[in-house]
Ligand binder design. Structure first.
Ligand code: PGA
Length: 255
């Protein structure tokens, strides 16, 4: 293992799921985040923003981080329904997901929008989890590497470094479908991302940036996916909604 290999991160993206009663799941995560797990892997929960502050308060002292799922590029202003990175930080978030495929697909976000959101995350002192990934059509047309390269170049701000940037590779066709790429396909894309990061953040810093895999990660496939070269953790949707599965995925790092 390289000395530069970053500490893994397992992040739960709750999407539009969770009510105040879901605090129970968070306490189960705290309870199951044993010293053995803490020694090996960082945990992050990204609940809907209505729960962010209460989750952040409940997580003080637990080493479970909380994060937002999206933010506006501006700090404040006339943007009804939007939330700024500063507001997320004020609520206790330390991370924010930007450019998730559901934002790109259903809210028309382009790479430049995602980049502006990542800039705003950095402005607010948050770590941006920048999501990229190809659609099924793009994969079938053999365009995966080109698509991922283009998204990466367009979505990552110039001031990025291993502390304020996490990249999440999430093939769109693998999200919520139960389908996953082969370990070889994941390795190929993550190697390309690492290579691109050398240009984007510099040769010395690139090995330290965490690159997560996301898309139908579950306890049964986590060990195989997390063992792939250049995979430094997971971004988990459906399987992060229950503490047992989420912790079992993180448990892949207990080896
Ligand atoms: P999934 O979602 O784990 O439910 O496939 C992953 C994601 O969208 O981040």
């Amino acid at each position: 293992m390289s000395v530069d290999r970053p500490r893994p991160l397992v992040a739960g993206n709750w999407k539009m799921n969770g009510l105040r009663s879901s605090a129970k799941v968070l306490s189960e995560i705290h309870a199951g985040y044993t010293p053995g797990l803490k020694a090996k892997v960082d945990l992050l929960v990204c609940p809907p923003s209505t729960l962010l502050h209460v989750f952040a308060l409940a997580s003080v002292g637990s080493r479970v981080a909380v994060g937002g799922q999206d933010c506006h590029a501006k700090e404040l202003g006339a943007h009804t329904g939007d939330i700024s990175a500063e507001m997320l930080a004020d609520a206790g978030a330390t991370y924010v997901i930007v450019g998730h495929s559901e934002r790109r697909q259903f809210h028309g976000e382009k790479d430049a929008d995602v980049c502006a959101k990542a800039v705003s995350a950095h402005r607010a002192g948050l770590t941006a989890i920048v999501c990229i990934g190809e659609t099924r059509q793009e994969r079938e047309a053999g365009k995966t590497l080109n698509v991922v390269r283009k998204q990466l170049r367009g979505s990552i701000p110039v001031d990025s470094n291993p502390q304020n940037l996490v990249v999440a590779y999430e093939p769109v066709w693998a999200i919520g479908t139960g389908l996953t790429p082969t370990a070889a396909d994941v390795a190929e894309v993550h190697a390309l991302i690492r290579d691109e990061l050398r240009r984007l953040v510099g040769k010395a810093e690139a090995p330290k940036v965490r690159i997560l895999y996301g898309g139908s990660v579950k306890p049964s496939n986590a060990a195989e996916l997390m063992a792939v070269e250049n995979v430094n953790g997971a971004l988990v949707g459906g399987a992060s909604l229950g503490a047992a599965d989420f912790l079992a995925i993180a448990g892949a790092y207990l080896g």
